[in-house]
Design a protein around this ligand. Structure first.
Ligand code: SAM
Length: 291
């Protein structure tokens, strides 16, 4: 597919450009405009980006490498280009730069030097996975890559275990089994996990199950362990704050015998507790009676 837009004069700025995570048709028109028009394209992997540009019929005037090993040093190079009045687009291999990818140091340096940073929004594996996960918590915690070693990974997971937010991880295929094993060991069998694999690609799969069943699913077919992964795990169940054991017991007994509203009303009268708190907890107990 060729991009019809020719090179236009664009504002001198650093453009942080998101690119597809698989399906090349997920590129945005804005990204194509900027990539066609920037004076310089800085890329995490120039060969990768050269393929992307070729696919869209874009000729880069100047392509330079900017990756995690030279990011710090590159800040000066990029600010010099901006000082000369040249526009710079920055892309990583896939998805949104600076999200578990290089970019944050560059952006901070360029902003500190007083130049404008313009985000060109587009795909990110984390948000793509969340959108199709079906996990309904109103909040999520994006962690990205967990530590490679099991002990360090478990220590991080113990800290995350208390949060009532959907947890979002990136993981490499060669660690997927080990990682899911640790998720189960630390977070327990009952939480939901969504294993989002090869998103927007030919062999995309989104598997939803209990954490306790995830290893068996991964082992049931070698293909289930191949490709790129986002793992999403449901958060800790939130208990209504401040509800004492006695109030909880009273509410549970009344809910067994009465409709919810009546049970809450009576529990409030008997216990003198907060009606809203009792009502919130009663709703939770009705949905998940075993919590
Ligand atoms: N900045 C990128 C983003 O916003 O999507 C993420 C870069 S990070 C270095 C790469 C990781 O993202 C992969 O190891 C994998 O965990 C996840 N990822 C990238 N593309 C994916 C895809 N198509 N399907 C599932 N996960 C993907």
């Amino acid at each position: 597919m060729l991009h019809s837009g020719s090179k236009q004069k664009i504002e001198c700025a650093l453009y942080v450009v998101a690119t597809p995570i698989g399906n090349l048709r997920d590129i945005t028109l804005h990204a194509l405009d900027v990539l066609s028009s920037a004076d310089v394209i800085a890329a995490e992997d120039t060969r990768n980006t050269a393929h992307l540009l070729k696919h869209f019929g874009i000729h880069a005037e100047e392509l330079l490498a900017l990756h995690q090993h030279n990011e710090r040093k590159s800040v000066e190079k990029i600010t010099n280009l901006l000082q000369e009045g040249r526009s710079v687009a920055f892309v990583t291999d896939a998805g949104t730069p600076a999200v578990s990818d290089p970019g944050a140091l560059l952006v901070a340096g360029v902003a500190a030097a007083g130049y404008r940073v313009i985000p060109v929004a587009g795909p990110s594996a984390a948000v793509t996975a969340l959108s199709a996960s079906g996990l309904s918590m109103p909040h999520f915690l994006f962690y990205g890559f967990l530590p490679n070693r099991s002990a360090a990974r478990c220590a991080v997971l113990s800290d995350l275990a208390v949060h009532p937010y959907t947890l979002v991880f990136y993981e490499a295929p060669h660690r997927i089994l080990e990682c899911v094993g640790d998720l189960r060991a630390v977070l327990g069998e009952e939480r939901e996990i969504v294993i989002a694999r090869e998103l927007t690609k030919l062999f995309e799969s989104i598997h939803r199950c209990r954490l306790g069943d995830a290893q068996a699913w991964l082992e049931s077919d070698a293909n289930n362990q191949r490709g790129e992964f986002v793992l999403l795990v449901s958060g800790a169940q939130e208990k209504a704050a401040g509800l004492s054991r006695e109030h909880e017991q009273l509410l549970t007994i009344l809910l067994d015998e009465l409709p919810l509203k009546q049970a809450v009303k009576l529990a409030t009268r008997i216990s003198g507790g907060n009606k809203n708190e009792l009502y919130t907890r009663a709703l939770e107990l009705k949905v998940t009676p075993d919590t």
